[in-house]
Design a protein around this ligand. Structure first.
Ligand code: HEM
Ligand SMILES: *[C@@H]1O[C@H](CO)[C@@H](O)[C@H](O)[C@H]1NC(C)=O
Ligand SMILES: *[C@@H]1O[C@H](CO)[C@@H](O)[C@H](O)[C@H]1NC(C)=O
Ligand SMILES: *[C@@H]1O[C@H](CO)[C@@H](O)[C@H](O)[C@H]1NC(C)=O
Length: 316
């Protein structure tokens, strides 16, 4: 009985998400046929100047979708006394906004007033994964941009200290499953983290352990030397996936070896279902890619805004 009710609720949630939503693959076929080429080129150009761009764009899209749906609220600037999402606490390492600005201005030159910033960001995230050696996929389009962005709402983002039940809750509130959680966490195959995001694991972990015992000791020692408690360099940190900078499945191998960075990565081993998925993705990059693409399309379909912004940083 309990199961039936839970299943019913998730069916209702999923359909609520898909009803509001009329995304389609050929949305700009007549109104802006070159949009995908233009965005891909802008992402490629930005990346050739700065190798940190792909990771930034992927994370930016995730943050966008988790707050008010994928509505480009993450791109809005603070205005007057309204502090926007990008100036909220977990904005650490959000960057590469200029890459989206450039893509948008080139898209506007070719088809003014037609393509939403939310769609540009969804396309850019896909292009970022592909440019990093990962899979590609067709992105459904037709998102609208929102008119609200509040720094205070960024506390709704999952924190790196979250345990498995907190992660599950954060994802299920957005219609995303445990499989989506494990697959999308694979985004951590790219990018950089500051010490503040994982220092809970290497200093004063709890009253009996200074260091999280699930970390491999030599790896923990390395993290401690990068992130000393005192006189730490200002932007100290490390790549999230220790072994590579390409979009691959080494993130899952690292988790199994006690070399994940965040408590939220390690937590994926704490239920049999999520643990099995970590093992599956660690063994099969193909299975990871397939699941990641499927979950990205799901996450990037979370509904948002109302308008097509002219400038991604300000509402019309
Ligand atoms: C499951 C919940 C998640 C948590 C708790 C989480 C947490 C974090 C944290 C703390 C950082 C480092 C920030 C810093 O210190 O600079 C980070 C970086 C990153 N995250 Fe996540 N994340 C989650 C899910 C995701 C998802 C779903 C994606 C994309 C599919 C993603 C992609 C990234 C990327 C690419 C970076 C590197 C950013 C850069 O180098 O600029 N994360 N994440
Ligand atoms: C993050 O927030 C801080 C403090 O509110 C702000 O100074 C900084 O510019 C923000 N970072 C980005 C990338 O917008
Ligand atoms: C996860 O954290 C929450 C909040 O701190 C706590 O109430 C809950 O018991 C924890 N769950 C697990 C499985 O550790
Ligand atoms: C500290 O964490 C370890 C590993 O998770 C656990 O075994 C131990 O019981 C914890 N100690 C306290 C006091 O919570």
């Amino acid at each position: 009985m309990a199961l039936t009710i839970a299943a019913l609720i998730s069916i209702i949630m999923l359909s609520a998400i898909s009803i509001g939503n009329s995304l389609s693959l050929n949305y700009y076929e007549k109104t802006c046929p070159d949009v995908e080429l233009i965005v891909a080129k802008a992402v490629k150009d930005a990346t050739s100047n700065d190798k940190t761009v792909p990771a930034a764009l992927l994370r930016m899209h995730f943050h966008d979708c988790f707050i008010r749906g994928c509505d480009a609220s993450v791109l809005l600037n603070s205005k007057g006394n309204n502090k926007a999402e990008k100036d909220g606490p977990p904005n650490i390492s959000l960057h590469a906004f200029h890459a989206i600005d450039n893509a948008k201005s080139q898209v506007e030159n070719s088809c003014p007033g037609v393509v939403s910033c939310a769609d540009i960001l969804a396309l850019a995230a896909r292009d970022a994964v592909f440019l990093s050696g990962g899979p590609s996929w067709d992105v459904p389009k037709g998102r609208k941009d929102g008119r609200t962005s509040k720094a205070s709402e960024t506390i709704q983002l999952p924190a790196p200290t979250f345990n498995i039940s907190q992660l599950q809750q954060s994802f299920s509130q957005r219609g995303l499953s445990m499989e989506d959680l494990v697959a999308l966490s694979g985004g951590h195959t790219l990018g950089f983290s500051h010490c503040s995001s994982f220092q809970n694991r290497i200093h004063n972990f709890n009253t009996t352990h200074d260091v999280d015992p699930s970390l491999k000791p030599s790896f923990a020692a390395k993290l401690k030397s990068i992130c000393p408690l005192k006189s730490r360099p200002k932007n100290a940190g490390t790549t999230i996936d220790p072994s590579t900078t390409t979009f691959d499945n080494t993130y899952y191998k690292a988790i199994l070896q006690g070399m994940s960075l965040f408590s939220s990565d390690q937590a994926l081993l704490d239920t049999p279902k999520t643990k099995d998925l970590v093992s599956k993705f660690a063994t099969s990059q193909k299975a990871f890619y397939k699941a990641f693409v499927n979950s990205m399309i799901k996450m990037s379909s979370i509904n948002g805004g109302q308008e097509v912004r002219k400038d991604c940083r300000v509402v019309n």
